[in-house]
Every structure is written in C-alpha cells, then in structure tokens.
Write a protein of this length. Structure first.
Ligand SMILES: Cc1cc2nc3c(=O)[nH]c(=O)nc-3n(C[C@H](O)[C@H](O)[C@H](O)COP(=O)(O)OP(=O)(O)OC[C@H]3O[C@@H](n4cnc5c(N)ncnc54)[C@H](O)[C@@H]3O)c2cc1C
Length: 494
C-alpha cells in the first residue's frame, strides 16, 4: 500500500555508499509513490569519503581510488544513470600488463595469472617469477586432491579459509609469496594469514569444490568469456577490465552531489552524527549531531566505516555495536609523484607493480598513473602513485609525511631507475595522502560476522547499514550494497 504521509530518512555518511544510497532511495521512493525527505550528513567538508582527485602541474592526481572494475557492473550503471557515459575512460590498451618485484628488479606478471592462480600452466612455466621447484609445485595443482570438506562438489555454507592456507594448499608457498600475496595486498592491504577467501574470492573455493582444481575452474571460466580483457555491456559497448573517469573519480562524487541536490536531497557537510536513539512508542529515530542539535527521522541509513557505525549504534543497540567492532581496519597512505619522463629509465610499459611483503620494502605497490590512463600528464611528465602501510606494515604511518615521501621515492627510484643529480630534484611535486582506518579487513569468518551484524541491526525498525565494511570494498560493491540497503529500507517504510 502506498503511504501518503511524507517520511524522513537520515543517511549518515557521505562516501560513495551514502551518496549512492541516497540516490537509489530517492529513485525508489518516486517509483513507489512514497513522499520521501532525505537528509544526508557527512562529517567531512566535502562528500565523497575516500574518493578525491586534484590537479597539480597540469597533471591529474587520484588521492584515493583511481579506477573501477567493470566485471561488477553496478558502478558503471550508476555512472551512466548520472550522465557520465562520455566521461568513462578505458585503461591504455597498449600497456595492459603489471609487474611484480623479485628482489630489486621488476618482472612481468605471468600472462593469465588471476590473483591466486594461473589460467595457463604453460604461461606460468615460461615466467621467470617462480623457481623451477615453485613452478613444478604449481603445475601439479590439478592433481592435488580436493579438500575433504568439499566432497559433495560444493562448499559448505559455513566454510572459510585464509588466503595463505588456500594458496599454500593448492599451489604452494612460492605462488603465495611471490604472486598471490602482493596482488591481494594491492586490493585489500591485508594480512594473507587472516584474509577470508570466502568473503573476497569465493569463486576459487567453488572451483576447487566443483572441478577439484582452481586452475581448471579458472580456465573453464575464462574460456566461457568472449575475451579475457574486456567486458561487454547490454549496449554492446566494450570496456577494459578497469575504467576511470576522464576528470578523475571525484567527478562521480560531483555528479552524485549535483543530482541529489536537483532531486531535493539535503546534504549537510561538516556535520557529524554522534548518537542514535529509537523511540518505540513514537516509532521515531533521533539522530544527535556533534553540536548537540537533533534530527527526527522515520528511517536511518548508516553508511559509515564499521568502527564509526559501532560508535554510533552503541547508544541504541549494544549488541550490533559490539559485532561491528569486530571488523578490524588497516591504515594506508597514497603518495603521488610528478616526475620528468626523461628521468625515469624504466620503459613504464605497464600499469604498475606490486611488491611481495617478504622483501619488506616501504611501498606495497605502485601505479604508473599517467600510463594507465591517457591524458593524465603532459608528454614530458609522468605521474607515479605509491601505496604504503596496510595490515602488514602499519609502522610506516607513524612517520612524518616527508619521511614517508622519502621512503616511497627511494623504492620507486630503485625499481624504476629514476635518475637525477639529487633525489630532491627528481620529482617536481609530491602529495602524501593519509587514509587512517580506511581499509576494512575481511578476516576469516567475515561473512558470518556480517550476517550477525545485519540480523542484529534489524532488531530495531527502519534502520540499515551499508558501506565498504560488509560485502565488497570496491566502488561497484559499495554501489550494489547501497542499492540493496535502499531497497530494504524503502520496503520497511512503505
Ligand atoms: C587508498 C585507497 C585506494 C582505493 N582504490 C580503489 C580503486 O581503485 N577502486 C575501487 O573500486 N576501490 C578502491 N578503494 C576502495 C574504495 O575507495 C572504498 O571502499 C570506498 O570509497 C568506501 O566508500 P564508503 O562510502 O563505504 O566509505 P568512506 O569513503 O569511508 O565514506 C564514509 C563517509 O562517512 C563520513 N563520516 C564518518 N563518520 C561520520 C559521522 N559520525 N557522521 C557523519 N559522517 C561521517 C566521512 O566523512 C566519509 O565521507 C580504495 C581505497 C583506498 C583507501
């Protein structure tokens, strides 16, 4: 039944999750004939959370995310709905490869290697990334018996395993240390001994269960796809595996802010929520703000990192607050450098490189940003982006910005053979961006913890949580999670 009375929803958090949820809520409310007033609160001065783009020296610098997966279509769909279709840019076709460090040099990633496993044993055998013994161990993967827990061909609902355990078991320690760990670290900044495979890459577990081999499962899946490097959309337009936006990822945030404003959503910047309370008799939520003022609402969407959500919910749902606090976070920093192209001796014929943690370098990975996407820097310059910190190397974040910058640049200099008279003059500009407690750690058991959180939050009416903490850290996952949360909240308000 359609409700005629106007309802108010307060969304707390203005990252991509909160913004996407506000948009979906507004669209759904129109579809369903529900008069909905939406107020979005965001602690920071500008909405967008981790998504930030700046310009320096005619170069475009991404301070947070720089691209988005296209195999998960929800981010692309949102961009198109917002009219950004002509802004979407593919990665540079000529250089679609990545490198992995081995000692002090960079080697090309084995062709067809997907995060954990090779789709082609021949390509792996041809790669210099593994020793002969390491290759032989990986090559016998199809002969390793499937996990006894998967004997009926499926993964039991409550099964979970760490990345380390799985890769060691199936492909051996070298594949873990030299390839899987650094590749995963680039995405989750995680400790591989704790990272849940079920929460991050369940398809690998499913392939073992179904085919008795992840290499076979991966090969079959890739054969099914028309291309390994492109995704087709309904309209037949093909995108590369990752896409960016011509003017940077922050243009997605700007488009959302503009659309939400046009739709009548009230966005309050520099506004923190501090307490949440529910009055059962009045069926009303009260959101207390940092300045002690209050907002009344029929429904609440908490689109915050789990630690902030835990803090906020502690006033109304202690159980949910405790469960939310179980999700640990890692901190990281991104250091962007603008360097004269002539000073970099490396061919930069790829999108970047990852470094296995066993080498204990200061940086986890680096992106050749102006190679990955055209138009990011004038011809004579390159933009290099280094990542530091994460779950395995938290101590680097205790250093000052200039110390982090120096350490990051020393690693880049070594791997990319950056030359100049003095280190200081080798880069024209650098920007250090810290992201404290920004990366949710999907530890073993994460899927179960999320189920418990959702069940606990649902004990109070018309409240829902969404964000990167729950079922995927990438922007497309956040958009999907926000869409699902918006649908559930609308249904509960009708
Ligand atoms: C360095 C880095 C690089 C990344 N690269 C990529 C990439 O290339 N591609 C990709 O898909 N993903 C990437 N990610 C992941 C992705 O950016 C994030 O998972 C996603 O942006 C998280 O969005 P969110 O809205 O859930 O949270 P956030 O962006 O953290 O937003 C939370 C918002 O809540 C606000 N807030 C906090 N407390 C309160 C309060 N009490 N009241 C009101 N507001 C509050 C904050 O101001 C913030 O705006 C990257 C992440 C990092 C850290």
């Amino acid at each position: 039944m359609v409700s005629q009375k106007e309802k108010t929803v307060v969304i707390i958090g203005g990252g991509i999750s909160g913004l996407a949820a506000a948009y979906r809520l507004k669209m759904l409310s129109r579809e369903k004939g529900l008069m909905l007033n939406i107020v979005l609160l965001n602690a920071a001065e500008k909405a967008g959370g981790l998504i930030k783009t700046i310009k320096r020296n005619d170069c475009l610098l991404e301070l947070g995310p720089d691209s988005m997966q296209t195999a998960k279509p929800w981010g692309l769909e949102l961009m198109k709905e917002l009219g950004l279709e002509n802004e979407i840019v593919d990665t540079n076709e000529a250089n679609r490869r990545a490198f992995v460090a081995q000692g002090n040099t960079l080697l090309p990633m084995p062709v067809g290697f997907r995060l954990i496993a090779p789709a082609s044993i021949i390509q792996l055998a041809a790669s210099p990334c593994l020793s002969l013994l390491g290759k032989l161990r990986a090559m016998i993967e199809p002969l390793i018996p499937r996990n006894a827990a998967f004997s009926n061909g499926t993964v039991p609902d409550n099964y979970d395993e760490s990345l380390s355990s799985f890769v060691r078991r199936r492909l051996g320690n070298e594949v873990l240390e030299r390839l899987a760990q650094p590749l995963f670290s680039g995405i989750y900044t995680a400790n591989p001994d704790k990272l849940s495979l079920r929460a991050t890459m369940p398809e690998f577990l499913n392939w073992e269960a179904k085919y008795g081999s992840v290499v076979t499962g991966l090969k079959k899946t890739m054969q099914l796809k028309s291309s390994t490097s492109a995704t087709s959309t309904d309209e037949g337009v093909r995108y590369s595996m990752f896409v960016g936006l011509r003017h940077g990822m922050e243009s997605l945030v700007d488009a959302l802010i503009n659309r939400l404003t046009a739709l009548g959503v009230e966005i309050r910047h520099s506004t923190s929520a501090t307490l949440l309370n529910h009055d059962e008799a009045k069926k009303q939520w009260t959101v207390t703000l940092a300045d002690r003022s209050e907002l009344k609402a029929d429904g609440v969407m908490v689109a915050l990192p789990a630690h902030a959500a835990s803090h906020l919910l502690s006033s109304c749902n202690g159980e949910a607050a405790q469960l939310l606090a179980k999700i640990q976070y890692a901190s990281s920093a991104v250091v962007n450098f603008i360097v004269e192209r002539k000073n970099v001796l490396h061919a930069l014929n790829g999108f970047g490189f990852v470094i296995p943690s066993v080498y204990r370098k200061s940086i986890l990975a680096a992106t050749f940003s102006s190679v990955k996407f055209d138009g990011r820097a004038p011809e004579n310059l390159v933009v290099l982006r280094a990542f530091v910190g994460g779950a395995l190397f938290p101590d680097i974040l205790k250093l000052s910005d200039s110390e982090i910058r120096d350490k990051a640049f020393a690693d880049l200099t070594q791997y990319l053979s950056i030359t100049s008279v003095s280190r200081k003059s080798s880069y024209l500009e650098s920007v250090v961006t810290r992201w404290p407690n920004s990366m949710p750690q999907y530890d073993v058991g994460h899927v179960e913890v999320v189920r418990e959180i959702e069940a606990s939050v649902a004990k109070l009416p018309n409240i829902i949580v969404c964000g990167a903490a729950y079922s995927g850290v990438g922007i497309p996952d956040c958009v999907k999670n926000a869409d699902i949360a918006a649908e559930k909240l609308i249904l509960s308000l009708l």
